[in-house]
Write a protein that binds this ligand. Structure first.
Ligand code: ATP
Ligand code: MG
Length: 505
């Protein structure tokens, strides 16, 4: 089915998120939509999916104008969507979520056929190597697993037009390759695919046509043969350096010393972190590489005190911090960028100004003698928004209304502007555009050069190589090796797959 968006305009108040955007997606092609954070990509797709009512323009399917009053209409017309911010119902199981919205097509008697949905989940999950349990409750799943559920849900409907809004943001490299090959198969069988991603490698791998939007307007089209540098500069309107300049580290004393840290899951009694020991010196970046789900999340949370530890100690600047509250850990000078920004990094219903002082509101300079000083809070917000180039209608806008990448920038701005001894950042540049990645990487290196001990947890090897002074590899809850940053990809890959573990065993 051919899809055409003609002069779509969408405003929020007096802000124009989409300004007369036109694109055509032929059936049997992949159309990549590129653009910096806040450019208006998700807004445009939400209009197409019937979630937003456009202020102007029209949608045509096979040259026929259509009007959608909700996602139900869009789905009935053959459109499927993987949302950037997942639209899953948390207390429901995976199979129940997949069934939602197409109850009518499941059984002739219009009965909800849970069995069929479970089978469908198993089938698609198997095809992708996804390992998703149809009976798992969504709220218990990691963000990576939720991403897989979104994809399964969209694919279960055999859509003729498939919208993928950053579908690979939280997938492993293997899962990404798998998804890209499925996208190619779908294209070859006639599906029209719209792909939004910040990963230019993916665009080059599968796109047939590329449209670039900036600040709500189409600024150009590109051929998939264009270089990553060309695509990047078209996106952000300036040259972007794809590699960070980083001088050698000048590490001081051990700032963080972790000994035998062990975390056991309360409910299942599974050991998630198994006697992990390492140290990070002030002025160095230790990157933690590993396939997601090998204990990285638990390690970060255990250092911070979010999860109880079964054994082991954490010392920061000579003082034991194990067993202290999260607040005390933050007070001791730990900056934390959580893996899941929407649930742990921001409060969506708070303004930008307030999210920029979350956890900090009750201390100087934001509070004096127990009272918040609004002028200081506003001044701080104004400064951070400019510095981190947060695209928003203002410091009083609710952070939940920001684009995905801009929400991430709010979290980074808050955590990177305090006086820190230790920075723990999980997937710090997830969802950011290439220009913002360049900026954030520079800021992290600046923290290092100020003497901060930095732990960067990343499943992107490019990011690991860009930042690391040393690389620790995690596998099955353990650190299986700490290696220098010039270790080649194959060796790292093998360590991440547990090869060293077996050798040692
Ligand atoms: N519901 C809303 N209310 C107010 N403003 C909004 C709303 N949704 C989006 N916006 C604004 O519209 C602009 C475009 O947002 P959109 O989510 O479309 O960006 P995007 O291109 O998908 O960016 P990203 O790459 O970060 O996901 C942003 O500046 C955002 O603040
Ligand atoms: Mg988006």
């Amino acid at each position: 089915m051919k899809l055409e968006l003609r002069e779509i305009t969408k405003r929020f108040g007096d802000f124009t998120a989409n300004d007369a955007i036109s694109i055509v997606v032929e059936s049997g092609t992949v159309h990549a939509l590129l653009g910096e954070n806040g450019a208006g990509k998700s807004t445009l797709m939400n209009v197409l999916f019937g979630l937003y009512d456009p202020d102007g323009g029209e949608i045509l399917l096979d040259d026929q104008p259509v009007e959608f009053t909700g996602p139900g209409d869009a789905m009935a017309a053959g459109i499927g969507m993987v949302h950037q911010h997942f639209m899953l119902v948390h207390p429901f199981t995976v199979a129940e979520n997949v069934m939602l919205g197409h109850e009518d097509v499941v059984g002739p008697a219009k009965l909800l056929d849970l069995e069929a949905a479970r089978a469908r989940v198993r089938e698609i999950s198997h095809r992708f190597g996804f390992n998703v349990d149809p009976d798992a409750v969504v709220e218990d799943l990691s963000v990576g697993a939720q991403q897989r559920v979104e994809i399964i849900k969209a694919l279960s409907r055999d859509a003729e037009v498939l919208i993928l809004d950053e579908p690979t943001a939280v997938l492993t490299p293997q899962e990404t390759d798998e998804l890209l090959s499925i996208v190619k198969d779908l294209r070859d069988s006639g599906t029209a695919v719209v792909l939004i991603t910040h990963k230019l490698r993916e665009v080059k791998a599968v796109a047939d046509t590329i449209t670039v939007i900036r600040r709500g307007k189409v600024v150009g089209t590109a051929e998939p043969t264009a270089s990553q540098e060309e695509l990047a500069s078209l996106m952000v309107g300036r040259d972007v350096s794809m590699t960070v300049d980083k001088g050698p580290a000048d590490p001081g004393e051990a700032m963080l010393v972790v000994e035998d840290l062990t975390v056991v899951d309360d409910a299942t009694q599974v050991t998630q972190l198994d006697r992990v020991s390492f140290d990070v010196r002030g002025g160095e970046i230790l990157a933690i590489a590993g396939v997601q789900g090998n204990g990285q999340t638990e390690l970060a949370e255990a250092i911070l005190g979010v999860v109880p530890t079964a054994a082991g100690t954490v010392r920061l600047d000579g003082e034991t911090v194990t067993g202290r509250s999260i607040r005390q850990a933050l007070d001791a000078g730990i900056g934390f960028v959580p893996e899941d920004r929407t649930t742990d990094g921001i409060v969506a219903e708070f303004t930008n100004a307030n999210n920029l002082i979350l956890d900090l509101y009750d201390r100087a300079p934001f509070s004096k003698a127990g009272a918040i000083s609004p002028s200081v809070v506003r001044e701080n917000a104004q400064k951070q928004v400019e510095r981190f180039d947060v695209r928003t209608t203002g410091i009083d806008a609710l952070t939940g209304s920001l684009s995905g990448g801009n929400q991430q920038k709010v979290v980074l701005a808050r955590e990177l502007t305090r006086e820190l001894k230790l920075l723990i950042a999980s997937q710090p540049t997830r969802g950011l555009d290439v220009g913002s990645i360049e900026f954030v990487h520079k800021r992290i290196i600046e923290e290092r050069d100020k003497g901060v001990a930095c732990i960067i947890i990343s499943s992107e090897l490019d990011e690991v190589y860009a930042l690391a002074d040393r690389i620790a590899v995690m596998y099955h809850g353990r650190i299986v090796g700490i290696v220098p940053p010039d270790t080649d990809r194959d060796t790292l890959g093998l360590m991440m797959a547990g090869a060293h573990e077996e050798e040692a065993a």
